[in-house]
Write a protein that binds this ligand. Structure first.
Ligand code: CA
Length: 224
């Protein structure tokens, strides 16, 4: 899951970003409206946490413009003013939800979780292929009934592949989805993580689920 956080209070931006990363999200953080627009044009996000009052261009204007251009990314609007007009303006502009400052981080995470879930193609939190199961709510992975422990990045990679069963994913697509712009990737980082995942998911099982398509990328699927 990839999230853009836009907030001009640097300390708050730092804390939100750090905490979301700790929860396993890939996060890009920006502190002004114009830069935020650039990021929104350049990448596909699963959710945007957007402050309302920003230098450069304010949150509601950004929101109105991206909705006009057909971008349906879930947006959680942060607003410092707890007046009914601000809420109505925010929702009118196309926000999916809003939070009034000051807010608790638990509440922020609960809203982000709800928005990313609403956005995901599968309504159920359980993703499945053959005897491999991944629960996006508990972040538990099992194969053949056995729990499998994955690192944060391994989990994100597997979840992305399970959302795209049978679809060949290129290295660039995987990097774009799992690693953020700050990350300076070696070109083989995807291959390294695929190798880790194979060791945990496929090794010791009769049926292999992760397949390499030379020159194209990787796919998760059942092959007879
Ligand atoms: Ca602000």
């Amino acid at each position: 899951m990839r999230i853009l956080v836009v907030e001009d209070e640097r300390r708050l931006l730092g804390i939100i970003t750090k905490q979301l990363k700790k929860k396993g999200y890939s996060v890009d953080a920006v502190d002004n409206g114009l830069e935020a627009e650039g990021y929104l044009g350049a990448a596909d996000y699963d959710c945007v946490v957007l402050d309302r009052m920003l230098p450069g261009k304010n949150g509601t204007d950004i929101l109105r413009d991206i909705r006009r251009s057909g971008n349906t990314v879930p947006v959680l609007l942060l607003t410092a003013m707890d007046s009914i007009n601000d809420r109505v303006n925010g929702l009118d502009a196309g926000a999916d939800d809003y939070l009034v400052k000051p807010f608790s981080f638990d509440e922020l995470f609960a809203r982000v979780r709800a928005l990313t879930r609403r956005n995901s193609k599968q309504k159920s939190t359980l993703l499945q292929i053959a005897d491999l199961e991944l629960d996006t709510a508990s972040q538990k992975v099992r194969r053949g009934g056995q729990d499998i422990h994955l690192s944060t990045k391994e989990y994100m990679l597997l979840e992305y592949m399970m959302h795209n069963l049978g679809i060949v994913l290129s290295r660039d697509q995987i990097i774009e989805h799992i690693w953020n712009f700050d990350y300076e990737c070696g070109s083989n980082v995807v291959d390294v993580y695929i190798r880790y995942l194979r060791r945990k998911i496929d090794d010791g099982h009769g049926q292999v689920l992760i397949h390499t398509l030379r020159g194209r990328g990787y796919v998760l699927r059942e092959e007879s």
